[in-house]
Design a protein. Structure first.
Ligand code: AMP
Ligand code: MG
Length: 318
């Protein structure tokens, strides 16, 4: 992987030209920092695994958590997920706004597996901020966007926070001054028979329950899908061995770089490509006839740290 860019980011006040410039970068697979009504987001094309991998690279995130996918309309959301009547009621009442819903993903959805961390569900939000809405429309695709701060640091609520936290690792920051809420969106999982509050936020949970006409689960399990608690959220159904250059008989080898294997994360040893291909490669290994899976060594540098984190979780005994 090329070393992180050290050029200072371009910071543009929001107008039609700035949005077009941002959309060109997004379509080219780059990240752009953009204000929303909650906090600044680090946005990239949610349909491109490599673009999503660049979000992780820029944030220096040591693990792959599912990201929120931002859309500009309920129709766009409905193309990606199944919206139950309760979910539609919530969308009608509270979108655009600081509400993220975790919904069953549609089969054949164009969203990159890395954006949902290989899950069968997808977190979707329609933001209210005009800049984010304009960017989704100009890029003409859903945008994955976690908060625009380095991993483990506080969320950015001004363009200056973004620049201080991400520096030259983001090519463009759209400056929309301070964000309205300054707090991340409320996240609710909409199940058939109940709502589960996964993250409290600007929208009160009691309001969600009355709009959806569903009970809000108060069990301690709420939040179980929060970052770091998703150890086994995607794990293949077969034993998995790491750091393998020479497979044993009966092993399906996922290669990297010079280790070719039955499949490869990246023949050229590119961690961005490897991250983009990770969940697909695990699914293919699971579907193969071989009884066991082996994975070539991935250097513990840059995105390699998050890739190894995911692989170690997948290899953990269950
Ligand atoms: P961020 O994008 O950094 O604001 O974080 C997104 C949050 O949404 C994280 O807490 C994720 O765990 C949560 N999330 C995203 N997708 C899902 C999903 N499919 N199921 C459960 N939680 C999710
Ligand atoms: Mg964050």
């Amino acid at each position: 992987m090329a070393p992180p860019e050290i050029l200072p980011p371009e910071i543009l006040s929001i107008d039609g030209c700035a949005i077009q410039r941002a959309a060109v970068l997004i379509r080219a697979g780059q990240c752009v920092a953009v204000p929303t009504e909650t906090v600044y987001g680090l946005a990239a094309d949610a349909t491109s695994g490599e673009a999503v991998a660049r979000i992780y690279a820029a944030k220096g995130r040591p693990s792959f958590n599912p990201l929120i996918v931002h859309v500009a309309s309920i129709e766009q959301a409905a193309a990606l997920a199944h919206l139950s009547p309760a979910a539609l009621s919530l969308a009608d009442a509270l979108w655009p706004g600081p509400l993220t819903m975790v919904l069953p993903a549609r089969a054949g959805s164009p969203i990159a597996a890395l954006a949902t961390a290989g899950l069968a569900t997808i977190a979707i939000r329609m933001p209210a901020h005009a800049a984010m809405q304009a960017l989704i429309a100009a890029a003409d695709r859903p945008l994955a966007a976690p908060s625009a701060n380095a991993s483990g640091r506080i969320s950015a609520t001004t363009a200056a926070h973004v620049a201080a936290s991400l520096g030259g690792r983001v090519p463009l920051i759209l400056d929309g001054s301070a964000t309205q809420h300054g707090l991340e969106s409320t996240i609710v999982a909409v199940d058939a028979d109940r709502l589960r509050l996964l993250r409290p936020g600007p929208i009160d949970a009691a309001i969600l329950s009355s709009i959806a006409g569903l009970p809000l689960s108060t069990e301690a399990a709420a939040g179980i899908e929060a970052p770091g608690q998703m150890a086994s959220h995607y794990a293949p159904g077969k034993p998995l061995r790491l750091d393998v250059s020479t497979p044993q008989p009966g092993e399906w080898l996922i290669g990297f770089g010079a280790v070719a294997g039955d499949d490869t994360l990246s023949a050229s040893g590119d961690p961005i490509e490897a991250a983009a291909r990770l969940f697909g490669a695990l699914h293919r290994a699971d579907a193969a006839t071989a009884a066991r899976i082996a994975v070539a060594p991935i250097p513990m540098q840059g995105l390699g740290i998050a890739i190894n984190d995911r692989l170690r979780r997948a290899a953990a005994p269950r």
